[in-house]
Design a protein around this ligand. Structure first.
Ligand code: ADP
Length: 395
């Protein structure tokens, strides 16, 4: 039997799903959290709702992999490690090198490590996990699936910053974007749903989760995206600022008595966004609840989130000189009909009309009115499945 892992390693976490292929049936999934911090938490879900949770110290990602594989055997999810013949690794930074998912050899791991300065919290951890998996599963095909690949089609006019040009040529300082696997999947799915060739469509994909980004997809290619050199840019997110004026960095460091720029960036990444504005939570459900109960800052955080999404949609209509389809996906996009309604209401001038009844869904569905100039579609994303499919394709 052929089984394929989709692995998503962060700086201190590791998410995994194990698929039976080619059926794409999920046989196990879970999470290792607090890696390198004491009292790490390992969870495994399998079978008919069975769940394992272990709290123990997991000092590094290598140990996390050992524990994961031994738990899969212990709970008879697999009979032997030989059954796992494919592993897809999500990698955050692929730079300009990786334009598509790539079978991993020594040179590829080396490149992933070399790209660490573009994703210092992610790429090193991902390289460690790849090496640990290679050691444990020497016969499995390893594939790297990059968050940035889909966006390598952006033209320079959209990926360059207005900086001295040598900063791009010498240091590769440019926009790379992220969430590529999700944007690509939902854009292609949208074309299938309307029954048209993606080459003939202009699509704006709104991936609105804890991390959030919007992409302009023209003829099936990403031509612009809201995240930047790193995932800090663009929309307001759960805890990230999104776009801000760089001059705030020295100003706030001075006011707050902060000496290290990295400390300021940490605040921009972890204490800002919806959490920072609302003072309630980074989780949209909590913020929606607080706003309903009359918390004005919570309402302001929601309004700011929606407004920034509208502004990016407006920008991308201009970037592509039109739009046929707007797609909503990820935690907030898929589940919050209120968010979708508030966003679309603000762009009705473009000829976009939501059908409130059809919008009352969390499933894949066209949610605009028949005859709306722009078709709006809700599409649940599934990055892990896409990763497993890429492995299967390259096996
Ligand atoms: P990530 O993968 O970036 O961690 P997700 O795509 O899982 O994030 O999205 C998480 C976000 O989705 C959270 O802010 C959560 O509150 C939000 N979310 C999930 N369900 C709902 C819902 N029914 N209404 C509003 N927001 C929701």
């Amino acid at each position: 039997m052929s089984k394929t892992f989709a692995i998503n390693a962060g700086s201190s976490s590791l998410k995994y799903q194990l698929y039976d292929m080619p059926s794409e049936h999920v046989i196990a999934k879970g999470l290792v959290e607090r890696i390198g911090i004491e009292d790490s938490v390992f969870t495994l879900k399998y079978g008919d709702g069975e769940k394992v949770e272990l709290v123990q110290d997991i000092p590094d990602h290598g140990v996390a992999i050992d524990l994961l594989l031994s738990q899969l055997e212990e709970h008879k999810v697999i009979d032997s490690l030989d059954e796992i013949d494919g592993v897809g690794h999500r990698v955050v930074a692929g730079g300009e090198i990786f334009k598509e998912s790539t079978v991993i050899d020594e040179q590829v791991v080396q490149h992933i490590e070399d790209l660490s300065e573009f994703a210092p919290l992610h790429n090193p951890a991902e390289a460690v996990v790849i090496r640990a998996m290679q050691e444990k599963l020497p016969n499995a095909k390893m594939v790297a699936v990059f968050d940035t690949s889909f966006h390598t089609s952006m033209p320079p006019v959209n990926y360059l910053y207005s900086l001295p040009y040598e900063y791009y040529t010498d240091f590769k300082a440019r926009k790379y974007g992220a969430h590529g696997t999700s944007h690509k999947y939902v854009a292609n799915r949208a074309a299938e749903i309307v029954g048209k060739d993606i080459k003939d469509l202009k699509i704006i994909t709104c991936h609105l989760g804890n991390g959030a980004s919007i992409t302009a997809v023209d003829g099936g290619k990403s031509v612009d995206t809201s995240m930047g050199f790193t995932p800090l840019a663009g929309l307001q997110m759960g805890t990230r600022t999104g776009d801000i004026d760089a001059s705030l960095i020295p100003f706030l460091m001075n006011k707050l008595g902060i000496k290290e720029v990295s400390e300021m960036i940490d605040i921009f990444n972890k204490k800002s966004g919806t959490l920072g504005v609302s003072g309630v939570s980074s989780d949209m459900r909590d913020v929606e609840e607080a706003a309903e109960a009359g918390n004005e800052r919570a309402q302001l955080a929601l309004d700011m989130f929606n407004s920034r999404v509208q502004k990016y949609i407006g920008q991308y209509i201009a970037v592509m000189n039109g739009v046929d389809i707007i797609v909503f996906t990820a935690g907030i996009g898929e589940n919050s009909k209120e968010t979708r309604e508030a966003i679309i209401e603000g762009i009705s001038w473009f000829g976009c009309e939501l059908d409130t009844e059809k919008n009352n869904t969390r499933d894949e569905a066209i949610i605009s009115k028949d005859g709306s100039k722009i078709t709006v579609i809700n599409i649940p994303t599934d990055e892990e499945r896409e990763i497993a499919r890429d492995v299967e394709r390259l096996k």
